[in-house]
Design a protein around this ligand. Structure first.
Ligand SMILES: C[S@@+](CC[C@H](N)C(=O)[O-])C[C@H]1O[C@@H](n2cnc3c(N)ncnc32)[C@H](O)[C@@H]1O
Length: 337
């Protein structure tokens, strides 16, 4: 006779995994409603929070109780909810707020792509292209989703930017070209921390138009360079940063971007790829979650050190070192091969 007195732990684990998307969905919901903003001045009851966010008390309460199991919000003995460090980062006006990142990562077009794992795996093509009829970055050019993506990306990157910038020495007098630099958050950090350095922000024209570099005020050590990195990248840089770029693209596409950087380099210039470097084995790693994103949405993937070395070699570059940053990404440095 089978012992039915307790469910097998493996079965419970599996069923919890299947329900795991509820955390992401609930997080998106409270981010959209701005619940964390309502706790900035101190703890509040579910009824107070519901009145402030236009929601039903019991429904909001149940949602917050789920998130509290993951450390997002904390409920005290009197039933009032508090911010935790995770919930604090959801406030719209938190320094480096992650609210735009949470909303971007859980956007409907990504969510829909994630329902198409079987087709993606069978056909070896991102579901996004099959669902929306265009590659992700072509789709973004004329989409109202573009602002959500680029602001979300800036927010996603903001937490790591200081760690990455401080992990590398940019000598005074050098020029950093941020290739596909988005709105320029990383370049802004580098320029603030390195007063003798100049910067060039290179990305599609409609993206550089939304740049944040004028936060430097009268400091004019930067320029904008709209363009297409599959055509060419600006010449004369000492450092060519590719942050969260190569993971968007297939090996062939990466080699084309790297060759364009190589052509633009002068003797002594370096390429700095900033991406996850996936270690061997099956330990959890943020890069493995991002890898699913890349598989479903774009033609890219997260890579190991050996895979970066092989891409570099095909672009007449040599991987010189991998520098950890204290964040989930590393700096993979390349020099002329
Ligand atoms: C994942 S985002 C990374 C942004 C930024 N480097 C960061 O770390 O936040 C990829 C960037 O590549 C840019 N991009 C995509 N295709 C491009 C192209 N053909 N030429 C230039 N930039 C491109 C996008 O506009 C976007 O800003």
């Amino acid at each position: 006779m089978q012992d039915v007195s307790k469910l097998d732990q493996a079965a419970l684990n599996l069923l919890d995994h299947a329900l795991g998307y509820m955390y992401a969905a609930a997080l998106r919901g409270v981010a959209q409603l701005g619940v964390a903003d309502q706790l900035a001045a101190g703890p509040r009851t579910p009824a107070e929070l519901a009145a402030a966010t236009g929601t039903q008390t019991a429904f909001l309460h149940r949602t917050l109780k789920l998130l509290a199991t993951r450390g997002v919000f904390r409920e005290d003995e009197d039933g009032r909810f508090h911010l935790t460090p995770e919930a604090d980062a959801l406030r719209s006006d938190a320094p480096s707020s992650l609210r735009p990142a949470v909303i971007m990562l859980t956007e409907n077009n990504f969510w829909q792509s994630a329902t198409e794992f079987p087709a993606t795996m069978r056909e070896g093509k991102p579901a996004f292209e099959q669902l929306f009829g265009k590659s992700f970055f072509d789709y973004m050019v004329n989409s109202e989703d573009a602002a959500v993506f680029h602001q979300g990306m800036a927010s996603y990157a903001s937490a790591g930017n200081p760690f990455i910038a401080q992990s590398y020495e940019f000598p005074a007098g050098s020029t950093v070209v941020d290739v596909g630099g988005g709105h320029g958050g990383f370049l802004l950090t580098v320029l603030r921390e390195n007063p003798g350095v100049r910067g060039v922000l290179f990305d599609s024209d409609y993206v550089v138009a939304g740049h944040c570099l004028d936060e430097l005020g009268a400091d004019d050590r930067w320029e904008l360079a709209p363009g297409d990195f599959f055509a060419e990248v600006p010449s004369g840089g000492d450092f060519y940063v590719l942050k969260y770029i190569l993971h968007d693209w297939s090996d062939e596409e990466c080699v084309s971007i790297l060759r364009n950087c190589r052509r633009a380099m002068t003797p002594g210039s370096r390429v700095l790829v900033v991406d996850s470097v996936i270690p061997p084995g099956n330990e959890p790693h943020t890069g493995k979650l991002l890898d699913m994103f890349m598989m479903l949405v774009v033609t890219g993937r997260e890579r190991s050190e050996e895979e970066f070395a092989s891409l570099f070699a095909k672009a007449d570059l040599r991987l010189s070192r991998v520098i950890p940053t204290g964040s989930p990404v590393s700096i993979v440095e390349g020099v002329a091969g």
